[in-house]
Ligand binder design. Structure first.
Ligand SMILES: [Ca+2]
Ligand SMILES: [Ca+2]
Length: 183
């Protein structure tokens, strides 16, 4: 009898910003970094995995974005590196980068104050010859403790309208403009 061991090599996610996997600001995602040959695309020795996984996170509001990995049971010692980018996703200009601040074995942890917009996260393995799974946690805590839904049914307009954030004991001003009299 011949048994083939199932290798949990998926899911692998896109290696570049343009191929980023869209994930929610509060989510948990399982990923997998594959082992490489230790060389990056310029043929230089690299201290991190050639395989990268990119994620795109759309933040709805101002607040704190906390991103970290933990070790799934299948990969108890996998070592991750994290980099957070703004919407430009220029690899040389991360907003934040971390190697080992998380819990467990050498997991990264990034906690960054952000405004609304698109952000990119790059996950890599912490050693060129390492392969394994990771569990990616994204947690977003908005600065605005309350959301006011504002709308004008008829006869005028209100500004701002829609979902408007407000802090605890904060003041939010609305401008109500009646329509011109047409009678
Ligand atoms: Ca990848
Ligand atoms: Ca690490």
């Amino acid at each position: 009898m011949f048994l083939t061991a199932a290798r949990a090599e998926s899911p692998d996610f896109g290696d570049q910003c343009g191929d980023a996997e869209v994930i929610a600001p509060n989510s948990i995602t399982n990923g997998y970094i594959t082992k490489g040959d230790g060389c990056n695309s310029w043929g230089l020795w690299s201290s991190e995995s050639p395989d990268k996984d990119f994620f795109k996170i759309t933040v709805p509001d101002s607040g704190t974005l906390t991103i970290y990995t933990t070790n799934p049971a299948s990969s108890p010692i996998f070592d991750t590196l994290g980099r957070l980018y703004d919407s430009d996703c220029h690899w040389w200009d991360p907003l934040a980068a971390n190697d080992d601040a998380g819990t467990g074995n050498e997991n990264f942890l990034i906690s960054e104050s952000v405004g609304p917009g698109d952000y990119y996260l790059r996950v890599a393995g912490g050693h060129w010859n390492m392969e394994g799974g990771y569990k990616l946690h994204v947690e977003f805590a908005g600065t605005n403790a309350h959301t006011i839904m504002a709308g004008a049914a008829s006869g005028g307009s209100i500004s701002p309208s829609g979902a408007v954030g407000a802090s605890d004991h904060g003041i939010q001003t609305f401008t109500i403009t009646p329509d011109a009299c047409t009678g």
